[in-house]
Design a binder for this molecule. Structure first.
Ligand SMILES: [Zn+2]
Length: 240
């Protein structure tokens, strides 16, 4: 079964601006992608048009129509409350990884969604907070996703948001420049960046690695290892 990445946006263009490359990279790697957008963006244009722009843009990135879910919370008036947390829990599908806005953001809606996401994804192993055009100087680029092979798709998806094209951050030039700066920081050509709320590094094992691990376990005298008391399964050490 494919793993699930759920991305939370507040406004209809948030996810494409912030994480289009990451969404496409994971979709190309076989992950299922779910996008949950909390408002319909009525403060920035006709809601029906903005929702349609979003469906088209996310479709270009590999997100299926049924995995694009809109809430109807008030644009510019989002609050961090139980209703938002419950909506996120119901709509998110228990993901393996979640992308949420950052608390280091000047837009009050993004901060409210970040706090709600922190609660809603309390049991999700990996939760990354993304950068937006309204991120404050406190946002520190700490985790990167190489989007070099997906930059053109990101620019194409951003072009779908025609109602927003007056914003400077929607221009292809700005998108490329920002991705290049983060690519320079990450030592790759182009990247998107995140601050981890929680990130888990996993070491993939080949068959040879498994043999080596079994040999290692067998060579330990009983009770001498720090793993004493934990059951080692084929893939993971449970209980740690
Ligand atoms: Zn936004």
């Amino acid at each position: 079964m494919s793993r699930l990445l759920t991305a939370i946006g507040v406004h209809p263009d948030d996810l494409v601006v912030a994480v289009a490359g990451t969404i496409r990279a994971y979709a190309c790697a076989g992950w299922r992608i779910r996008c949950v957008v909390l408002t319909r963006g009525e403060a920035g244009g006709p809601p029906d048009v903005r929702m349609q722009e979003t469906r088209r843009a996310l479709g270009l990135l590999g997100v299926t129509e049924k995995d694009i879910i809109f809430g109807d919370f008030p644009d510019t008036g989002l609050v961090h409350d139980h209703a938002v947390i419950q909506f996120l829990e119901d709509a998110s599908g228990q993901p393996d990884m979640a992308l949420i806005p950052s608390i280091y953001d000047a837009h009050q809606d993004h901060v409210a969604a970040s706090l709600a996401g922190r609660s809603a994804f309390r049991n999700t192993p990996d939760v990354l907070m993304y950068e937006t055009p309204s991120s404050t100087v406190d946002f520190r680029p700490e985790v990167f996703v190489d989007i070099t092979r997906h930059l053109r798709a990101k620019v194409g998806a951003i072009r779908c948001h025609r109602t927003q094209r007056g914003h400077r951050y929607m221009s292809p030039h700005h998108v490329r420049c920002l991705a290049e700066v983060h690519g320079f920081q990450a030592r790759v050509p182009y990247a998107e960046t995140f601050m981890p709320l929680r990130a888990t590094l996993r070491v993939a094992e080949t068959r040879g690695d498994r043999d080596r691990r079994n040999h290692f376990v067998e060579s330990q005298s009983p009770g001498s290892g720090s793993l004493d008391g934990y059951a080692e399964t084929d893939a993971t050490v449970t209980g740690l």
